[in-house]
Design a protein around this ligand. Structure first.
Ligand code: FPP
Length: 235
């Protein structure tokens, strides 16, 4: 079996913004601001890596339970990001897509998401997938309900349900499964992220806090990945 893997898709849990700010005696929201700046930097560095898909966990369904001030600050940052990024995205031939429970976001944010997706739909160097108000269990439940409805309406039979038809009901239906999942900040959890999609993904955990996670570390992880042996359950 070949020991050189090609990385097509990286997913990242961008953790540690709050601790990054606390270490500097700053409010948590300052950490999120630096985190948002790092989103732009890491997206740029994808060019050098040859990776075609980048999926970022920007806001989980559980994050709605944070304090109102913190949720408002994160929504404000996202809103600014959506306003500012069109130029950068178009110049760099990036297609942007969003996954998650959109209906929970404000109308304003939903409109901007839709606009960016439509404008960048034909771009092809990188697909930047942003998980916003995203929860993997919710995504899986919604897929199960869609499939149950199709069976109930005699559109498909139970025997037609396969891994492929199931994947087609997920938000990520047009996106290949991640090859690499990175979580920053030293936590070793998946936190309701892409549970179906990471069945055979290689996991990397780093102590670096998200605002400090840079291109060198990213390229180093990709290098380590190329020599990992992926057996997919075979021997
Ligand atoms: C985790 O750090 C990070 C988040 C909950 C939000 C991630 C958001 C950004 C990087 C900025 C906005 C994103 C975009 C796309 C503009 P934490 O707050 O859990 O940190 P802690 O574990 O140190 O408290």
């Amino acid at each position: 079996m070949s020991t050189t893997n090609i990385c097509n898709h990286i997913a990242i849990i961008m953790d540690g913004n709050g601790r990054w700010a606390k270490k500097r005696g700053m409010p948590r929201t300052f950490g999120h601001k630096k985190g948002a700046e790092n989103v732009v930097k890491i997206t740029r560095s994808m060019k050098e890596s040859g990776v075609k898909y980048l999926t970022l966990y920007a806001f989980s369904t559980e994050n709605w339970q944070r304090s109102k001030d913190e949720v408002d600050a994160l929504m404000q940052l996202l809103n600014e990001y959506l306003d500012k990024e069109l130029k950068e995205i178009m110049e760099n031939n990036v297609r942007i897509v969003f996954i998650g429970e959109r209906y929970m976001l404000s109308d304003d944010i939903q409109k901007k998401m839709h606009f960016l997706e439509a404008e960048s739909a034909k771009n092809s160097d990188l697909t930047l997938c942003i998980a916003l108000s995203y929860g993997s269990r919710q995504e899986i439940l919604s897929a199960v309900k869609n499939i149950a409805r199709k069976v109930q309406n005699n559109q498909i039979s139970i025997e037609d349900i396969s891994q492929d038809t199931f994947s087609d009901e997920l938000y990520t239906k047009d996106i290949p499964d991640p090859d690499i999942l990175i979580r920053t900040s030293g936590e070793q959890r998946i936190s309701n992220y892409l549970l179906w999609q990471i069945a055979y993904t290689e996991l990397f955990f780093t102590d670096t806090l998200w605002p400090d996670f840079g291109k060198d570390e990213l390229l180093d992880i990709i290098k380590k990945f190329t020599s990992r042996e992926r057996r997919y359950g075979k021997n």
